[in-house]
Structures are given as structure tokens and as C-alpha cells.
Design a protein around this ligand. Structure first.
Ligand code: ASP
Ligand code: MG
Length: 435
């Protein structure tokens, strides 16, 4: 007995030391976790900003994190390259175009790497072909097929901070690009490849808003959004995240933390639906001011055959068709579909080439698509009625309309966009309280 009591305090000390060391090992493990951090164009838009990004990443590395950086081109650069290409040939799409567009990221990642080396860190700038980001061969809209995660991990094991060029991939001997805004997708693909359940996307806004605050003065900040809502928003024209990045995040369970490059506070988390606390009927009003519509009437004979040929050829030329409406009366069929303004030139040429005799074509420009999105719509009837009421009260004509389980969209004249967005925002009680 006596022996037990004298030994007991020692056991107690031993147990608590063991406990502390386990805790320490555990916290070291969590601290040295690998985190993919993506910085957008404005975040690396000048030398000062590149230095600031390098500073922030190095600070994180000092706390024991292992960052993997993904960067976009410096702001405005990709647009400049697009303009150069279109001065030579606005219709060309292919390897040369993608090689040109991908060059912007090469500049930003090298500068970032230099800024980190200056701060005493080992940084490794990596283009897609060096890292092995394999895509399919749909130029300008390529999809990532695989990432060489072993290579990425070995750079980290050797103490490097990998700085990866966003937006680009490789197929065979060619460079591909993932579509405008595609750096987000690079970041999520890397996070998924290394088995991380989180990806940080740094941008020039602190949060995702219920509507574009430049358009709707009363827009509010959102703390959480579901993958599904964010996917709808992205496909409806919100520029916040590249559509494919959210799709990948949902598939691989990578939570996206969208946050500001310039502030340290929490941003908006994009997470599985079950993790969003409240589900309002409508969580956001999203718009796309880059819409054009082609209308055809009357399509008399062999209408179905023509429509099939038309959409086949549009797809072959990589023209993405968005809304389609088709109806029939005794004179013939009426077809209307929307495309982006960039694709309008190609779409018009193809349609005119295939169009049957006696059919008239109407091209409508300066349009915008406005949508309300929310997973809450699934269980709440009457959203369509409220949606249409807003347009009728404001006397705004709707050219096309489409719905899904969690959204309603209307194509309207661009000059009515602001009015429509604010009215929808109020109707669905998203307005922030007046200060
Ligand atoms: N630099 C590309 C673009 O401007 C990719 C990106 O920023 O995500 O579209
Ligand atoms: Mg972006």
C-alpha cells in the first residue's frame, strides 16, 4: 500500500507529461497541414501586392503551415492577351490561343517565387506541364483529368513552397486553359489531389454577398453557402468562383473558404448543404450582363432536324448555349436560345448557314440574365409568382425565362438590370437593415 501511494504521484506526472506530448504532436501535425491558397488577379495586380501576398504566405509558413500557392495572371493581363489574339483572328481557338492566354500566369508565379525567396523561403514556381496537370484537349475550356500529387508532395517534403500557375493544363505536347476564371479550379483540383478538405481562395472582396453590391446597395454578406447554391450562382454568371471549381469541391468534399487578400477576417464558407445553418427561400440574386439571344421564326419544314444540326454544330465549335425555348403554332416552330456575347459572332454565322428557307433571324444584344437562387426554393411554393410580380410591377419585359429546382432566371434588357436586381432583392427580404 505504502509503495502504491509513493509511486502514484509519479504515475500522475508521467501520465500528464504523456498527455502533453501527445497534444504537442497532435498540434504539430495540425499546424504543419498542407493548405492550398489561391490568389486572384487583383491580389497579384502590382509589385506591391505581390510582395504583400508573399509576406502573408510566408507568415503562414512560419506558423508551421505548408502552403501551396496557386496564382492567376496579374489583373487585366488575360484580357490584354485576348485582345491581342482577336486583332489577329477573332474566330481562332486552338493550341496557339491557349498558349498565349496561359502566359499571364507564368509572369505572376515567377514574381511571387522571387518575392518569397527574398524573404528567406524556398519557392518553386511550377507551370502545368512541369507539375503534370493533365487535361482533355478542349482548348479554352479544358477539364482537368489528373494532377501529379506525388510531385507536389515531394516538393513540400524538400521544404519548397510550390507556386503553381492557375488556369492552365497540358494535353500531349500542347498547353490548354480551363476557361476564364479557371485558376479557382486549379486550386480545388490540387486540394483534392493531395487529400485536403479545405481550400482558401483569396480575392478582392471579404465575403460573398447576397447580390453584387455595386448593383444592389442593400446587399448583405453571407457566412455560408451550399455547394449547390454556389454552383448555380457560378453558372448563372456570378464571377465569384469558377463553376468547375465548385463542382470539384462538392465531388471531393473540399470546403472552399473565400476570403479577402487584404484583410485577415473570416470570409464565406462554401460547404455541403447540411452544414448551412439557415436556408432562406432565396439566398442570392445573381446576374450576368453578358447575354445575347438568337430568335428564329417561323421554322417550317424539318424543324427538328435543323435544330438538331444547329446544336450539334454549335457544340462542335464550343459555343455554349444557355437557355433554350422552343414552341410551335400553325405557321411553324419558334426557337430562341441564349449565348454569351463572345460566342455570338460564331453562333450567328453557324445559324445563318444552317437556317431553312423562309425563316427569319433576330439577334438581340445588350441583354442581361437575372436570377434568384436558393436551396430553400425546393420546399417553398409561390417563388415563381413573387418573381413575376416584381417584373410586372416594375413594367420590365422578360425575353426568356428558365427555372430549375433552386433557381429562376429571366433574360431582360441590360438597362433594366439594376432596377430588377434591387426589386428582387427586396421582394425576397434579402436587404440589409438600414444603418
Ligand atoms: N487569368 C485567368 C483569367 O483571367 C484565370 C483566372 O484569373 O482565374 O480568366
Ligand atoms: Mg476569379
Amino acid at each position: 500500500m505504502g509503495t502504491f501511494w509513493t509511486v502514484f504521484p509519479k504515475i500522475k506526472v508521467f501520465i500528464s507529461t504523456l498527455y502533453l506530448s501527445v497534444l504537442r504532436i497532435f498540434s504539430m501535425k495540425t499546424q504543419s497541414r498542407i493548405v492550398v491558397k489561391k490568389f486572384g488577379g487583383t491580389s497579384v495586380g502590382s509589385i506591391e501586392r505581390i510582395e504583400a501576398v508573399a509576406e502573408r504566405v510566408c507568415e503562414d509558413a512560419k506558423t508551421g503551415q505548408s502552403p501551396i500557392v496557386v496564382a492567376s495572371a496579374m489583373s487585366g493581363e488575360t484580357n490584354r492577351l485576348v485582345r491581342l489574339a482577336s486583332e489577329i483572328n477573332p474566330y481562332y481557338r486552338g493550341p496557339a490561343y491557349d498558349m498565349l492566354l496561359a502566359s499571364g500566369e507564368q509572369v505572376s508565379i515567377s514574381l511571387l517565387a522571387m518575392a518569397m525567396e527574398k524573404r528567406g523561403f524556398k519557392a518553386k514556381p511550377l507551370l502545368a506541364y512541369q507539375l503534370g496537370i493533365e487535361t482533355d484537349s478542349i482548348f479554352s475550356k479544358a477539364r482537368i483529368k489528373s494532377v501529379n500529387s506525388e510531385k507536389l508532395k515531394s516538393y513540400i517534403d524538400e521544404g519548397f513552397i510550390p507556386i503553381v500557375a492557375g488556369f492552365q493544363g497540358v494535353t500531349g505536347d500542347d498547353i490548354t486553359t480551363l476557361g476564364r476564371g479557371g485558376s479557382d479550379t486549379t486550386a480545388v483540383a490540387l486540394a483534392a489531389a493531395i487529400g485536403s478538405n479545405e481550400c482558401e481562395i483569396f480575392t478582392d472582396v471579404p465575403k460573398v454577398f447576397t447580390a453584387d453590391p455595386r448593383l444592389v446597395k442593400k446587399a448583405r454578406e453571407l457566412d455560408y453557402l451550399s455547394f449547390e447554391e454556389m454552383m448555380e450562382m457560378a453558372s448563372l454568371g456570378s464571377k465569384v468562383l469558377h463553376y468547375r471549381s465548385v463542382e470539384l469541391a462538392a465531388k471531393f468534399g473540399v470546403k472552399i473558404h473565400l476570403r479577402s487578400t487584404f484583410e485577415k477576417r473570416e470570409g464565406t464558407w462554401v460547404v455541403p448543404e447540411g452544414e448551412v445553418m439557415e436556408n432562406p427561400v432565396v439566398s442570392s440574386v445573381t446576374h450576368d450582363a453578358n447575354t445575347a439571344v438568337i430568335k428564329l421564326f417561323p421554322i417550317k419544314e424539318k424543324g427538328q432536324k435543323f435544330i438538331t444540326e444547329l446544336f450539334t454544330e454549335l457544340a462542335e465549335k464550343n459555343v455554349v448555349v444557355d437557355i433554350i425555348t422552343q414552341s410551335q403554332n400553325e405557321i411553324g416552330q419558334r426557337l430562341a436560345f441564349s449565348v454569351t456575347e463572345e460566342d455570338l459572332a460564331n453562333a450567328e454565322v453557324i445559324t445563318k448557314k444552317l437556317m431553312p428557307e423562309g425563316c427569319e433571324i433576330f439577334i438581340m444584344r445588350d441583354l442581361a440574365k437575372i436570377s434568384t437562387v436558393g436551396v430553400g426554393m425546393k420546399n417553398h411554393p409561390g417563388v415563381a409568382a413573387r418573381f413575376f410580380k416584381v417584373f410586372s410591377e416594375a413594367d420590365i419585359p422578360i425575353h426568356l425565362v428558365t427555372t430549375s429546382e433552386i433557381k429562376i432566371s429571366a433574360v431582360i434588357d441590360k438597362n433594366k438590370l439594376e432596377e430588377a436586381a434591387s426589386a428582387l432583392h427586396s421582394e425576397f427580404t434579402l436587404d440589409k437593415d438600414e444603418e
